[in-house]
Design a protein around this ligand. Structure first.
Ligand code: SAH
Ligand code: SF4
Length: 357
């Protein structure tokens, strides 16, 4: 088969169960076949249509002709001492993106997914930003991270995992595909990952937070705040110029959330830049009226970055202050520092070694 015929095939991981059912019906097959295919893909992690042994031969021929399930591959896998594992994926057009599998306490797992290759937001501390924006990931390319890693980790279909859209890219800049992915991952007859277990992290694109709220998906929201003054936040996250801290806070106040849940504010701790108790005090005042929780993240240094990681004592003092003032606060233990787990770092290393892009 020639390459153009191959590339015109649709990635089967792009489709919701409903869409697949409609597609099959229009092609003259019974709609329930979609459930069987979903079962193979998401319960058995079987990507070879010919191995789906309860499908009729003509359906297998149809699937092979019009769909692909194998156009993404795991390129590299790195294990860190704390058990987190970083995966590098390669797309059909030979681009790479990464996901991190995190082993949390009590046999709990979290998967950190990428939503774009590169990013337009251009944060000064982020390695993903360095290479600029390449392209959005398709819904199927985002979904495949979960299927491939669950398969590789031998995790049974009914093992609950959490999903965080905190890998490469700005999920709200690729909202249509991320929304499609959320629907596919939460499908009862598929991976069945509840929307409540899925968290979108954003740099704070206010109008898109509003749009996400209007979609009322039921997902959790995390805001990468990182600063309490607009001056500093604009230095760190340039789009703060367009959507400043107050604009974000206003959108959050109107955002529909589960009454038992809180909006997470991620706060990167950068040595000598934003980690003083004065900053902590301002943070308490800023989040005063919001049902918030704060997650403090150690800055993860990378080559060429102008920032440093603060001492543990400073981060702990910051946390103590917030707790004393009644603000929920956790410290994200830097998972997989030894495999450079901050977003974009495995990909960057690969590109440097291979000279790609
Ligand atoms: N674009 C979205 C989601 C992807 S980034 C966002 O910005 O929220 C996910 C998280 O990784 C963000 O909170 C981001 O600030 C953080 N991050 C980026 N570079 C980092 C670094 N070098 N060290 C630690 N965290 C980093
Ligand atoms: Fe993009 Fe998030 Fe990195 Fe900023 S921190 S450049 S928004 S991926």
């Amino acid at each position: 088969m020639n390459l153009s015929a191959q590339t015109s095939k649709q990635n089967i991981f792009d489709l919701t169960l409903e869409e697949l059912g409609i597609n099959l019906e229009q092609a003259g097959f019974q709609k329930f076949r979609a459930k069987q295919i979903y079962h193979w893909l998401y319960t058995h992690y079987e990507t070879n249509f010919d191995a789906m042994n309860n499908l009729p031969k003509d359906l297998k021929i149809y699937l092979n002709e019009y769909f692909t399930s194998q156009n993404i591959s795991i390129n590299k896998k790195e294990q860190s001492q704390d058990g987190s594992i970083k995966y590098l994926f390669a797309t059909q057009d030979n681009l790479t993106y990464e996901a991190v599998f995190l082993k949390m306490k009590e046999d709990k797992f979290t998967l950190c997914l990428s939503s774009q290759i590169g990013c337009k937001v251009g944060c000064s501390f982020c390695l993903t930003a360095k290479g600029g924006f390449v392209r959005n990931l398709t819904a199927g390319e985002i979904v495949y991270q979960v299927v491939a890693i669950k398969k590789d980790q031998n995790l049974p279909n009914n093992k609950a995992i959490n999903i965080v859209y905190m890998g490469m890219g700005e999920p709200l800049d690729n909202l249509a595909n991320v929304t499609q992915c959320i629907h596919i991952l939460s499908e009862l007859d598929g991976l069945n990952i509840s929307v409540r277990r899925q968290t979108i992290s954003t740099s704070g694109i206010a109008p898109k937070i509003k749009k996400l709220g209007m979609l009322n998906l039921g997902v959790q929201l995390a805001i990468s705040l990182h600063a309490v003054s607009d001056e500093l936040r604009t230095q760190l996250i340039p789009i703060n110029k367009a959507y400043n801290i107050q604009a974000i806070i206003d959108e959050i106040a109107a955002f529909p959330i589960d009454s038992r849940k809180r909006i997470m504010f991620e706060y990167l701790m950068i040595d000598g830049i934003n980690d003083s108790l004065e900053n902590a005090k301002k943070l308490v005042a800023l989040l005063n009226k919001i049902k918030a929780k704060v997650n403090l993240i150690y800055f993860n240094p990378h080559e060429g970055s102008p920032y440093q990681r603060p001492q543990r004592e400073k981060v702990e003092a910051f946390r103590e202050f917030l707790l004393k003032k009644g603000l929920f606060c956790t410290i994200r233990e830097s998972k997989g520092l030894d495999i450079s787990a901050a977003c974009g770092q495995l990909r960057e290393r690969e590109i440097n070694q291979k000279g790609e892009i």
